[in-house]
Ligand binder design. Structure first.
Ligand SMILES: [Zn+2]
Length: 439
């Protein structure tokens, strides 16, 4: 009890309890809360466990996390995954002062697929599950999402491809960009900055144009010319940076800090995952259940984590009974996560990118590595690494099936071909990007 008083005395006005580990202390906490007129909020979302663990450590109080909610309750808040500090959602906040990544916390209602409206034909059918006001997305959506799930392989019963390149900018990144830019717009952003290996840049540029918000996109000087042309066509400024993917991100972050503008990062900004989680909702609706397995290409994990969060919401709401197994595919020439997974490590040490044509997943030091590894492990999943020759072969095979996909999607298909599928296993792979975007 003493530590709770100590925390309250430091000015924290709200307290969050993780029920999984707090059961025996809940009664004490409730009495304490009543006496001090603070609000207790059950916190059972397991995908927040890593940040919770750190909060507990930093707060020095077993099983207790602390949320600085101020005088009035914050409807949404950022929580630092490293130190547990809670931050107000502001235009220029994108990381904690301690350098930690931010997760998003808001009062999630139970997810009820029966209550999802039929329209609009976009990811905003699920707007109820997102931290957005009704009006935020109306002038932002361009019909992203609601992509078809089709039979992939006649000879393998229960294998499906989700054709996520059928999007306004021809990649799955539109799911995240639409939500992220709706948020930027509602926060009154006059300008956004993003860095990308290509597809996220084209998506952010398009949605920034749709929102009439100025946009700078930081790209590698070797980004596919077609993607650069797409970014430029939307009126965004291109900043070409020579160096690694990490150098490009660092340059963008310096500019964000210098100009105090909105960082429309698909990696750092957790609103992006509120968009990519709809990938899971759509699969659930199309299959009428969760598949046994998802095979997903992973670089920064924007689709993997989104899919995981989406299925997690369905699980937490009692809609599905178990999470699909997540099988993550990396290019062998740049596979920090696959290596860490094999070694049983919880964080991924950066690797050298030895060069892969799968530019969308060529991430040598993924910022959310720990969360990605946790998600794959929690679902009983695995990693598969694919060689460049296997990727090239897979791309040809996809084209011969009628799908002209980007190299990164071909890498995922190569992973699927190596995966030991079992009889009657239901499996979904995404076709994330259109072949016409890359060389
Ligand atoms: Zn922090």
């Amino acid at each position: 009890m003493e530590e709770f008083h100590a925390l309250h005395a430091t000015g924290y006005a709200g307290i969050t309890i993780d029920q999984c580990i707090m059961e025996k202390n809940i009664e004490n906490m409730q009495r304490f809360a009543q006496r001090n007129e603070v609000r207790l909020r059950p916190h059972t979302k397991t995908h927040k466990m890593s940040s919770l663990a750190k909060m507990q450590e930093s707060a020095g109080a077993k099983g207790v996390t602390v949320a600085k909610v101020g005088e009035a309750e914050m409807r949404e808040r950022y929580i630092c995954t490293r130190c547990g500090l809670v931050h107000e959602i502001t235009l220029s906040r994108w990381k904690c002062d301690c350098g930690g990544l931010l997760d998003l916390d808001f009062d999630r209602k139970d997810t009820d697929p029966a209550a999802w409206p039929k329209y609009p034909a976009s990811i905003f059918r699920y707007a109820e599950t997102m931290p957005l006001e009704h009006a935020d997305w109306r002038m932002v959506t361009m019909g992203e999402g609601q992509t078809p799930l089709i039979v992939l392989d006649e000879s393998r019963h229960g294998t499906y491809a989700k054709v996520d390149y059928m999007m306004p900018t021809l990649s799955f990144k539109d799911r995240g960009a639409a939500v992220l830019m709706a948020k930027a717009k509602s926060l009154g952003a006059g300008k956004v900055i993003a860095d990308s290996s290509g597809n996220a840049g084209t998506a952010i540029a398009a949605y920034a144009a749709r929102c009439n918000i100025a946009c700078d996109i930081y790209l590698s000087d070797v980004t596919s010319p077609k993607k650069m042309a797409q970014v430029k066509a939307h009126g965004a400024e291109i900043r070409q940076i020579e160096g690694t993917r990490e150098d490009i991100a660092a340059a963008a972050q310096r500019a964000v800090s210098g100009e105090a503008v909105f960082y429309a990062s698909h990696v750092y900004n957790p609103y992006f995952y509120e968009g990519t989680k709809t990938y899971a909702f759509e699969i659930f609706e199309e299959l009428g259940s969760a598949p046994d397995t998802l095979i997903v290409p992973v670089g920064n994990g924007t689709l993997l984590l989104g899919a995981y969060y989406g299925f997690k919401e369905l699980l937490d709401s009692g809609v599905i009974e178990r999470l699909p197994k997540i099988v993550a595919v990396q290019a062998a020439n740049c596979a920090p996560l696959a290596r860490a997974f094999e070694r049983g490590e919880s964080v991924a040490a950066p690797v050298r990118n030895n060069g892969t044509l799968a530019e969308g997943i060529a991430i040598a030091a993924p910022a959310r590595a720990q969360q990605i590894l946790e998600a794959v492990r929690e679902t009983g999943g695995e990693f598969i690494s694919v060689e460049e020759s296997e990727i090239a072969e897979a791309r040809g095979e996809m084209s011969r099936k009628g799908f002209h996909v980007e190299v990164t999607s071909a890498a995922n298909y190569a992973g699927y071909l190596k995966y030991g599928i079992e009889e009657d296993e239901t499996l979904v792979i995404p076709l994330c990007g259109a072949g016409i975007k890359s060389g």
